[in-house]
Write a new protein. Structure first.
Length: 307
């Protein structure tokens, strides 16, 4: 998922924090259990503290001269992804961020710029920086506006892959706010009755605080699965459901290596894939068109190292 543009929406209303350890299998499948005993751990598993994982990500990014403050926001996002079970978007994605900065595809230094704003809205130029840093910048603006006038809506252009969308809605929940986060992405999804990859996995995240430190959090792709799930299945040598993706002829496949395009949420037309296609189009309008940026097939291809 290559996030070129995104959209933040926050409005007022409560929550609490989480934390502690991260269990990582050498096969990249993971479990989370704050009460895990050493005797319960499979010999093939490695126990890595969140602090060590965070530090490792920061060190890797600083090796390619990313600004420390940018690297720390990225590390916060990736560790949250693995901790919450989104293994496709945690440490699994680190090499992409390193390579994008190393090749100059993503800018290593600078700050986002506010191009326009009103009491409840803002348009931000991400200056081609690391997506999580731009995303947090935008969410902070949206939350500040929501606290002042009741709602904050921020659209961004010229950003990059911003990790899990839930990271941003949870930031709002931590401040007793309701938070939305969307992003359009590299074209990976084949719309209903099509063969060409025209839309991104275009995630939607929503967070709402509740009583006693509880909360409701939705973080989902508008494709049946994120591309990272296909990558992990291929790495493990596993077959996939035929609702995940299609080959070059638009036919559903069960071997991850045969996928040429992902299916929208719902899968084929018979099982309501057009609903996922519609949601993806909604995100495309909010993030690409509203922000005055690239959208649909005009966003650069996944993992293409170009500036």
């Amino acid at each position: 998922m290559l996030s070129k543009n995104f959209f933040r929406f926050v409005n007022t209303s409560c929550y609490k924090n989480y934390q502690q350890i991260f269990l990582c299998h050498s096969s990249t499948s993971s479990n989370i259990n704050g009460n895990t005993k050493e005797s319960d751990i499979n010999p093939k598993q490695k126990v890595v503290s969140k602090d060590e994982l965070f530090s490792f990500i920061v060190r890797c990014m600083m090796k390619v001269d990313a600004r420390p403050s940018h690297a720390e926001v990225l590390a916060d996002n990736l560790t949250m992804a693995d901790y919450r079970g989104h293994y496709s978007h945690g440490l699994n994605r680190l090499d992409m961020y390193v390579n994008d900065v190393k090749t100059g595809t993503t800018a290593k230094d600078g700050n986002p710029i506010i191009l326009k704003e009103s009491p409840g809205t803002a348009l931000v130029d991400g200056q081609n920086l690391l997506g999580p840093y731009v995303g947090k910048f935008c969410m902070n603006i949206a939350m500040d506006k929501a606290k002042k006038v009741g709602i904050g809506l921020v659209a961004a252009r010229r950003s990059n892959h911003f990790g899990i969308a839930g990271y941003y809605s949870l930031k709002a929940v931590d401040k007793d706010l309701i938070g939305w986060a969307f992003t359009n992405t590299s074209p990976l999804v084949v719309p209903t009755r099509s063969k060409a990859q025209s839309l991104g996995t275009n995630p939607i995240a929503f967070g709402a605080p509740a009583k006693n430190g509880d909360s409701f959090v939705l973080d989902m792709a508008t494709s049946t699965v994120a591309l990272g799930k296909v990558e992990i299945s291929q790495r493990r040598g596993e077959e996939i459901p035929n609702t995940w993706g299609v080959n070059a002829e638009g036919i559903p496949v069960t071997k991850p290596q045969d996928i040429q395009g992902l299916l929208a949420l719902g899968g084929p037309e018979e099982s309501s894939g057009y609903k996922g296609y519609g949601l993806a189009m909604m995100v495309e309008i909010l993030c690409g068109i509203l922000s005055g940026s690239h959208f649909g097939p005009w966003i650069r291809s996944w993992k293409t190292s170009t500036t």
